[in-house]
Design a protein around this ligand. Structure first.
Ligand code: PLP
Length: 841
């Protein structure tokens, strides 16, 4: 394909602005311009929700006709004006932050779920990245996102008549996607080069406009590349490690090179998962080149402004590549740099990590840690989980001290609300509510029970209408041997309590928990006065056999005569399906095996629409739950008491059924004289009030800005080339002496329930201002964990290299307090940047 394919079609002069409207993905959440697209080509708009495709498929006559239609022109101008206003409007960022981030934040991720019309995602990680970017736009935070333009994206799912998952990989014709080629100064297609063994791979550059932000995309499908290389960006998560490494090179190395080719010089780089860690190396190489310094100095200088967000719950979830692959692929790239393959392996190898042939593995999370200034997980529980799985990076540090922070994920509220809930929220909180810091509580109390309940009724009704259409397109009438009316959703009922379970079908999500007691489930479905209906959707990874088996079991169950029509499975779960489900279901079910759900976001999407959650006390729900806002399975479960086993599956299933039978169903059907379930509505109101604002991407992005980007940039600003160089020298110095540091004596004096510890330490010439001595007591029956900094008193008599430290603490039995020596330096993020530690015992 050449640029010529992109010469924009001729539009009537009067409608020229439609190009910029159609190429701003803001239409995927801001529905102001929907009417324009619908008028242009209703069928294409309804089936694809892709404004760019609509604009390009509308006939010339239709466009001419509309360019003379006063009503259409008036709407068009109104939207153009609104867009103009939006572009120039002041934002939270412009009002709140003084230019600190103005060179922008670079955000890297393997996948982006912005709209079903841009299928460059597979699931949670991508949807989160999409929601992050949209919220950054709402708030005006200058983020530039970088990703890959997959020719096939993730697979599309169908289910065969025996419940087998079928996978299809339709080709994404880039001319149909709402993105455009990036051009260089000569108006040629901007390309970046990434070296591969014995050849260069050329990457084509694209841009998608996401409101105020840009999403830059790369693809390798350039005809001048070797055939195999053209396929590097063909599909997401192919499972082949070699291809995976190539993709990560294209994303990380190519992505950073693209930013540089565009003259961007971001103030910080945020990588979403370790997949993108090579971007941090390329960033350091660029800095080294610009400042004519060595790699270590460049790493020190850039590291302070690299943020690594991890979403993984098990150590096996991190990408690892054997050394021979690293050698083969990265050597050509490293050739011109001040870093050897061995040194690179040192930055990313965790001692015992080897493949079956004994080859050491490059762990991308390790590499990311070594290149980052801060690290965060994505919920409070996930922080603890991450402290455990990253423990080996910090030898001899207790997990509590491992410097993983957390920012709980959130969802882009305006992308998930329904027209009905939009109206209620506007009434309660005003029009621009999602573009500012959302009020912690909006006065939902001012919305009457009647209005809330009517909103729920019409949302549920619309969902059922949608389900019937989807089931029809799934060829429900061909389901052999069954009642076609049931299979086509005609038994679904507008007034029945509707549960939704939509997510990846994989073991740890336990979609089979409800199936563990089919009789109890059938009794719920078939209760005469208080029935329940269930909507399911979700894909299993193509290689996940047991995930596919879970789909088959649900499919089988849903065809039993007693269940048929009350349990429906919607194929090809994607953003579009998710959107409909989260608007209409009364209760979102989520049953992951604790503590495997890093955060989970599906349940957050129902909040704005007055849906409730019944979920495992895990991920975000462990922070959000209280008895007023929903139901939790095994509330209060703590990470410490659990291991990665299935010990709790049975009891969790029993608890799930108990909750449904004793609480959820009765509350839904317990109606007052007006015929409305008052307790249920009270719960809806509490959930909307207490949770919607907090579990939004709006709050999440502000946390990233205020708690991470701004302080990181402030710290990074101190690392000019000379300071960075000096810090490297100091660090080397400390490390060279570290093995000779020791405690020479310890004394304890007790008085009035207080103990005074005096320790003598030998520092072997390390400047005392770079050393911290602390007194630690682990939690015990004598109280919570204690970490006390000890005060440096004076030099030890007769020794130029020894110092006396002291502190007074509440008394505990002998041996409960242990002193340790660590590096202390306000200019560094510690212990991440230097994990040296020495314990007395
Ligand atoms: C929200 C969403 C997810 C994330 O699901 P969780 O199981 O909550 O992590 C995945 N896929 C789609 C299409 C979504 O909309």
């Amino acid at each position: 394909m050449t640029l010529a394919a992109y010469r924009p079609r001729q539009l009537p002069e009067a409608l020229n602005g439609l190009f910029s409207l159609a190429l701003d993905l803001r239409w995927s959440w801001h529905h102001g311009s929907d009417v324009l697209w619908r008028t242009l080509d209703q069928e294409t708009w309804d089936s694809t929700r892709n404004a760019w495709l609509v604009l390009n498929s509308a006939s010339g006559e239709r466009l001419d006709e509309l360019s003379r239609d006063p009503e259409f022109l008036a709407r068009y101008r109104e939207q153009m004006d609104a867009h103009e206003l939006f572009v120039r409007a002041r934002t939270w960022y412009s009002e709140h932050c003084r230019d600190e981030l103005d060179r922008g934040i670079a955000f890297f991720c393997m996948e982006y779920g912005l709209s079903e019309s841009l299928p460059l995602y597979s699931g949670g990680l991508g949807v989160l990245a999409g929601d992050y970017l949209k919220a950054a736009s709402d708030l005006g935070v200058p983020v530039t996102a970088v990703g890959l333009l997959y020719q096939q994206g993730y697979f599309r799912q169908a289910i065969s008549t025996d419940g087998e998952q079928l996978e299809f990989y339709p080709y994404n014709d880039p001319t149909m996607l709402p993105v455009s080629p990036l051009r260089d100064e000569d108006d040629q297609w901007l390309r970046v080069i990434v070296p591969l063994p014995g050849r260069d791979v050329r990457l084509r550059a694209w841009v998608g406009q996401v409101g105020h932000c840009e999403l830059l995309l790369l693809d390798s499908n350039d005809p001048r590349n070797e055939p195999g290389d053209r396929g590097i960006t063909s599909e997401l998560y192919s499972g082949d490690p070699e291809k995976r490494l190539q993709q990560e090179m294209v994303l990380g190395i190519g992505g950073w090179r693209l930013l540089r080719a565009l003259g961007r010089d971001p103030v910080a780089c945020h990588i979403n998962e370790g997949h993108c860690a090579l971007a941090l190396l390329e960033r350091a190489f660029g800095w080294a080149h610009d400042n004519e310094r060595d790699f270590d100095t460049a790493r020190m200088a850039t590291r302070a402004t690299n943020l690594f967000t991890t979403h993984t719950s098990v150590a096996a979830g991190f990408d690892r590549f054997p050394r021979r692959l690293v050698q083969l692929y990265l050597d050509p790239w490293l050739a011109g740099q001040d870093l050897t393959v061995d040194q690179l392996m040192d930055l990313g190898t965790h001692n015992s990590d080897q493949d079956t042939t004994g080859d050491p593995l490059l762990n991308m999370a390790w590499l990311a840690l070594n290149m980052s200034g801060r690290v965060n997980g994505v919920s409070r529980i996930h922080r603890k989980v991450s402290q455990t799985i990253l423990q080996d990076f910090f030898p001899r540090w207790p997990s509590e001290d491992i410097p993983v922070e957390y920012v709980t994920n959130g969802i882009h509220t305006p992308s998930w609300d329904s027209p009905e809930s939009d109206e209620l929220w506007t009434r309660a909180c005003g029009k621009d509510r999602w573009r500012r810091p959302m009020q912690a509580t909006c006065p939902m109390s001012e919305i009457s029970d009647q209005d809330l309940w009517n909103m729920r009724l019409s949302q549920r009704k619309r969902l059922i209408h949608y389900l019937r259409r989807r089931l029809a397109s799934q060829h429900c009438e061909h389901n052999p041997g069954n009642d076609p009316a049931a299979a086509c959703g005609l038994l679904l009922d507008n007034e029945t309590l509707t549960l939704g379970f939509a997510r990846r079908f994989t073991d740890y999500k336990r979609p089979n928990l409800l199936l563990s007691d089919p009789d109890r489930l059938l009794a719920l479905l078939n209760h005469r006065d208080k029935p329940v209906q269930i909507v399911l959707a979700g894909k299993a990874h193509p290689y996940d056999k047991s995930g596919k088996e879970l789909i088959r079991r649900w499919k089988q169950f849903s065809r039993m005569p007693e269940a048929e029509g009350k349990v429906v499975f919607i194929e090809d779960y994607d953003l579009g399906v998710a959107n409909q489900l989260v608007q209409g279901v009364d209760v979102c079910l989520n049953t992951p095996r604790h503590p495997w759900e890093a955060c989970g976001t599906s349940g957050m999407k129902v909040l704005v629409n007055g849906g409730l959650n019944l979920s495992q006390f895990d991920g975000w729900w462990a922070e959000a739950w209280n008895p007023d806002v929903g139901w939790a399975i095994r509330p209060g479960a703590t990470f410490e008491e659990l291991s990665h086993t299935n010990d709790h599956d049975e009891s969790d299933a029993r608890e799930l059924f108990d909750l449904l039978e004793q609480q959820v169903v009765p509350a839904f059907y317990r109606v007052d004289q007006e015929g409305r379930p008052r307790d249920w509505i009270t719960m809806i109101r509490a959930s909307m009030d207490q949770l919607t604002a907090h579990y939004s991407a709006n709050r999440m992005v502000r946390e990233y800005v205020e708690d991470f980007y701004r302080p990181m940039v402030a710290l990074g600003r101190q690392r000019d080339p000379d300071t960075a160089h000096a810090l490297v020298q100091e660090s080397r110095e400390i490390n060279a002496h570290w093995s000779r540091l020791r405690f020479t004596s310890i004394e304890v004096e007790e008085q009035d329930q207080q103990q005074t510890f005096t320790v003598d330490v030998y520092l072997d010439g390390v400047p005392a201002e770079h050393i911290g001595v602390e007194l630690i007591a682990e939690a015990s029956e004598y109280g919570p964990r204690q970490v006390h900094p000890m005060e440096r008193k004076q030099a030890m008599e007769g020794s130029a290299r020894g110092w006396i430290y002291q502190c007074t603490v509440p008394a505990r039995p002998e041996g409960h307090y242990t002193p340790r020596i660590r590096v202390r330096d306000d200019r560094l993020n510690l212990p991440l940047e230097n994990a040296s530690v020495l314990w007395l015992r």
